[in-house]
Design a protein around this ligand. Structure first.
Ligand SMILES: NC(=O)c1ccc[n+]([C@@H]2O[C@H](COP(=O)([O-])OP(=O)(O)OC[C@H]3O[C@@H](n4cnc5c(N)ncnc54)[C@H](O)[C@@H]3O)[C@@H](O)[C@H]2O)c1
Length: 112
């Protein structure tokens, strides 16, 4: 079974992607720190056997056990209002978060 990591999985786009990938038969790992997202967006998936949720800030080191076939990086504050409220977090998730996930992608590509 293909496994996909979706960062920002409790956000607007991320939660719809979780639904879509579950429907398509993937194993879905949603990762989010809920800085702007809402757990209610994905709580209907918690009972699904092919779904996992990690509460984690992707600006910090990211570890996911097992194979990963895709990483979709949708974690970020996403509106001008949020950028002004959280400028440092916005910069960190776009830079350090992307760097961490590229590192994870490289590690998983080597393992697969
Ligand atoms: N919504 C749109 O129409 C649209 C259009 C173009 C681009 N985008 C981009 O897509 C991405 C997602 O947008 P959205 O509308 O779903 O936003 P959203 O705020 O609904 O979702 C973003 C999610 O990322 C999470 N998040 C933020 N920082 C995090 C971190 N450090 N670690 C883990 N999780 C973190 C938030 O808690 C939230 O759940 C953004 O980069 C946005 O700029 C969105």
């Amino acid at each position: 079974m293909k496994r996909v990591l979706i960062t920002g999985g409790a956000g607007f786009l991320g939660s719809h992607l979780c639904d879509r990938f579950i429907r398509e038969g993937y194993y879905v790992i949603a990762m989010d720190n809920l800085i702007t997202g809402n757990i209610k967006n994905i709580e209907h998936l918690f009972k699904h056997p092919n779904f996992e949720y990690y509460h984690h800030d992707v600006s910090k080191f990211v570890f996911v056990p097992g194979d990963l076939h895709y990483i979709l990086h949708f974690a970020s504050p996403a509106s001008p209002i949020d950028y002004l409220k959280m400028p440092i977090q916005t910069l960190k998730v776009g830079s350090l978060g992307t760097h961490n996930l590229l590192g994870l992608a490289k590690q998983k590509m080597l393992e697969c």
